[in-house]
Design a protein around this ligand. Structure first.
Ligand SMILES: [Zn+2]
Length: 430
């Protein structure tokens, strides 16, 4: 993409009421725009990152047998009333329709997915089943000060699974846990994220959160130094030892909850009368699990964790572009530099390497360098008189100090080497 054609610009002035680091950084770099507290637009660069995160999530959900659907965000009061959540769900946005009926905006979708799957599942032969969606969710948060990490409107991947019994649910729960770590690994958060024990509700003793270490995190977790799992603040009072090794050797840390998984049992299937016929012809309650992971929240968390004083440092698989290409001209060699930089850009595009080409005139070299660092693509390529004299391009990794001269003819190969190939068409469905 040509930077001169991008309609957004990086900005110097930030909205005065924005306090979170991730939103400030993303607004400054032109990835998102703030409409209201906890409500943001995704601009071209930000949407590219968001779509890549969604693409990774889709791949991993499909790989464990999840089938993608899309449910409505506008959910009639009656559905919420069936599970007693119309009155009891504090963060539900409630609104009145012109048809004199009341609606809740989807904050979670058990009230939709349970009666939906009930229409198709009758016997043990139809189970297990797992469906997921990636959708905009709404929560009427009192405070929305954490940028993309706690929005009033945000994207969520929610997976729901349906089983004949607890044992089958337990098995799938483990599969999802592993799948979540794969997703987080690909998004650059693998080593920083802990499976964290949390309160489980009526059906199981625990639920689990995926907590990513971040100094700015809203949550406090206690990491068992032996097992490398954690427990959250809610349960540290009653659960004074590690649930796995029973020891008390914890390290306290700040973290952001990027995902959570619950065993629901019959909490939702019972009120909706969702049963199946077992092998003996006897009616049984369907046993359910639900599994949330927020793409926009992940994006905000990655910014909180992956940055330096100059800007963001995107992990390769979710960066808006693999590389920023900068041409730095002086009077003497400007025609040649134009020509060579254009050619490098074309060659990289042909090789399937996504490049943000800073082809802008009348922008100083200093500004170009600063913006490339702020935007945070994994590689920075510079074409200048100095590099041309060596028939080369200067290549620098965003997270390293050293620069390297790479022959012009070798640049495309250098960037595609070891790179997981994702082209635009791969995630057009996002
Ligand atoms: Zn332990």
């Amino acid at each position: 993409m040509l930077q001169s054609k991008l309609f957004i610009k990086t900005i110097k002035e930030l909205p005065k009421d924005e306090t979170s680091f991730n939103a400030k950084e993303l607004i400054r770099a032109g990835f998102i725009d703030k409409l209201a507290a906890g409500v943001y637009s995704f601009l071209p660069l930000g949407l590219k990152v968001h779509n890549k995160i969604c693409w990774i999530i889709r791949q991993e959900m499909d790989a464990i047998g999840g089938q993608e659907i899309l449910m409505p965000a506008l959910i009639p009061k009656e559905a919420w009333a069936t599970t007693n959540r119309w009155e009891n769900f504090d963060a539900l946005f409630r609104l009145a329709g012109g048809d004199k009926k009341e609606y809740g905006l989807g904050a979670t979708h058990e009230e939709v997915v349970t009666p939906l799957v009930k229409k198709f599942v009758f016997s043990y032969k139809d189970l297990p089943a797992a469906v997921y969606q990636i959708q905009t969710k709404f929560r009427n948060e009192l405070r929305a000060k954490a940028g993309l990490i706690r929005g009033r409107e945000f994207s969520m991947k929610d997976l729901y699974s349906f089983h004949t019994d607890e044992k089958d649910l337990d098995k799938f729960y483990e599969v999802v846990t592993k799948s979540y770590f794969k997703i987080l690994e690909r998004c650059g958060l693998g080593g920083l994220t802990y499976l964290t024990y949390a309160l489980g509700g009526t059906f199981s003793k625990y639920s689990h959160e995926f907590q990513t270490l971040a100094k700015t995190g809203e949550d406090t977790i206690y990491i068992c130094q032996k097992c490398k799992i954690a427990i959250n603040k809610e349960i540290i009072e009653e659960q004074k030892v590690c649930p796995q090794c029973k020891k008390k050797d914890f390290a306290e840390a700040k973290a952001v909850e990027v995902g959570n998984i619950f065993k629901l049992g019959a909490r939702f299937s019972k009120p909706f009368g969702f049963t199946y016929m077992d092998e003996k012809g006897k009616k049984q309650d369907v046993v359910m699990g639900c599994y949330g992971l927020g793409p926009s929240r992940l994006m905000g968390t990655i910014v909180e964790v992956c940055h330096d004083g100059q800007g963001m440092i995107w992990p390769e698989e979710i960066a808006p572009f693999v590389a920023s290409l900068l041409k730095i001209k002086n009077q003497k060699s400007k025609i040649k530099i134009d020509k060579v930089a254009d050619k490098i850009y074309e060659d990289l595009e042909k090789a399937g390497v996504e490049v943000l080409y800073d082809d802008r005139e009348n922008v100083s070299a200093g500004e170009k360098f600063a913006e490339a660092d702020l935007i945070g693509c994994p590689y920075r390529l510079v074409v200048s008189e100095k590099t041309l004299a060596r028939d080369s391009v200067e290549v620098k990794k965003r997270d390293k100090k050293e620069v390297e001269m790479v022959k012009i003819s070798e640049v495309a190969k250098r960037l595609t080497h070891n790179m997981q190939h994702i082209t635009e068409s791969d995630f057009s469905e996002c």
